[in-house]
Ligand binder design. Structure first.
Ligand code: KE4
Length: 424
């Protein structure tokens, strides 16, 4: 493919932006090569600065569940923008999206909007600490909850992609309150809880991990975490920034039948506009200012453009639950096709999938935690990534990221993706 414009733009970008990108994982640093600069997108397709067209399996890292430039969302933003982009004052629309989310997802009495998943997760940890009076929390190796200091300990996503063992700038003091153990190992959680009796405010988890590639919870794992939290009076926080409104209307809580104490959202609830949120029962959420003393704030929290975009997308998902069945069928079709065409290849592989979240690991073993993900053959993944990109299929540029399927993708697109993989 001719990507000369992207090459020129990347050179230029690096003169003014660190690494030429505004988020590290976009830089193709781990897969190598030049990141393609995107000019526009519509439905399931991206168009880069050289006019190349790609089938998109990043979908802005999750938000574009109904595809790019989804007509109703674009129209809603255009209309709303005419009335200004932000007021910094309360609006009826914020009530409407809050009431809609309460209708769609379990376990929510109150929800606070913020502007990113990082803000949502860091606020949820502060609230858990303020509510319990405890300082420590447990996160899982390979899980990513945004770039707040306290989360940058054995984190996934870009931290794993670049194998950053210790992030400079994160102080020992902050890291000391972050306890970690491997995903899917309930005994490890029990040991941490025993060693830090009455010190742990929360356990935060991606109920389906997407930031070490797609990794599923073992049967009963989430339920076991729920039991430990109930027994130890620890708050269970589901980070549903990726899974929320993607795995089901009620996200992972609905899919796995486990209700968390706090839930964080992002991505889909903004339909590609900057939105995050944290939510939960009133007895916890009412500790948030201005009702309680746990301070949290944001200039653009709940701004009308982001709210109307999210409200429009969520309304469609709420009204058409059949979308989730369609996404499941498309995910299963892609998984089946990839298994068929990759089997005769010289590289062992395994595929993890939940609904429209899927990952291919070049490993002979099952991948159920970060150790398994890092043991996979990254070099082969990087070759696969570039092969697929040259075939017009845009996968996440890291072995430690899940792919996202949008409902705008057609079975013809899926066949083209499978055919491209058959030529690897
Ligand atoms: P943001 O601050 O990037 O909006 O959300 C942080 C976050 C929190 N929780 C989960 C489960 C997430 O996946 C994320 C962000 N996801 C990454 C993709 N792995 C964003 C992509 C990027 O960092 O550029």
């Amino acid at each position: 493919m001719n990507i000369s414009s992207s090459k020129t733009l990347f050179e230029r970008a690096q003169q003014s932006i660190p690494g030429g990108v505004n988020s590290p994982v976009r830089a193709f640093k781990s897969v190598g090569g030049t990141p393609v600069f995107i000019d526009s997108a519509k439905g399931a397709y991206l168009h880069d600065a050289d006019g190349n067209k790609y089938i998109d399996f990043i979908n802005s890292w999750g938000p574009m569940i109904l595809g790019h430039a989804h007509e109703p969302v674009i129209r809603a933003i255009e209309e709303k923008a005419a009335g200004s982009t932000s007021f910094g004052a309360p609006t009826q629309l914020e009530i409407e999206i809050a009431e809609l989310i309460k209708k769609m997802a379990p376990g929510i009495d109150l929800i606070r909007m913020v502007s990113s998943g990082t803000e949502a997760c860091m606020s949820a940890i502060r609230l858990a600490r303020g509510y319990t009076g405890r300082n420590k929390f447990i996160k899982f190796e390979g899980c990513y909850h945004g770039h707040a200091d306290c989360f940058l300990v054995k984190a996934g996503s870009g931290v794993a992609t670049f194998n950053i063992q210790k992030v400079p700038g994160v102080t020992a003091g902050v890291a000391a309150d972050t306890l970690t153990c491997s995903y899917n190992d309930i005994a490890a959680v029990e040991s941490l809880v025993a060693a830090h009796k009455n010190e742990i405010a929360a356990i935060i988890i991606e109920p389906v991990a997407g930031n070490m590639g797609c990794v599923l919870p073992n049967e009963g794992y989430l339920q076991a975490l729920r039991k430990i939290c109930d027994r130890e009076k620890i708050l269970l926080i589901f980070d549903e920034v990726m899974t929320g409104f993607r795995l089901a209307k009620g996200g992972a809580q609905e899919k796995f039948g486990v209700t968390a104490d706090l839930i964080t959202y992002g991505k889909i609830i903004g339909a590609g506009m900057p939105v995050g949120a944290f939510a939960g029962r009133k007895e916890i959420m009412q500790h948030i200012a201005p009702v309680g003393a746990v301070y949290q704030a944001g200039t653009l929290s709940g701004n009308p453009l982001a709210m109307i975009a999210g409200y429009t997308l969520l309304s469609e998902l709420n009204a058409h639950p059949e979308i989730y069945e369609e996404l499941e069928k498309k995910g299963a079709y892609l998984e089946k096709g990839l298994r068929e065409v990759l089997s005769p290849k010289p590289y062992p592989f395994t595929i993890n999938r939940v609904g429209s979240m899927i990952s291919v690991f070049f490993s002979a073993n099952e991948v159920c935690d970060f150790a398994g993900a890092t043991a996979a053959n990254i070099e082969v993944f990087n070759k696969f990534f570039h092969h697929m990109l040259d075939c017009g299929v845009y996968l996440p540029p890291s072995a430690f990221e899940t792919w996202f399927i949008s409902n705008a993708i057609t079975y013809q697109d899926l066949d083209r993706t499978i055919e491209a993989a058959s030529r690897f």
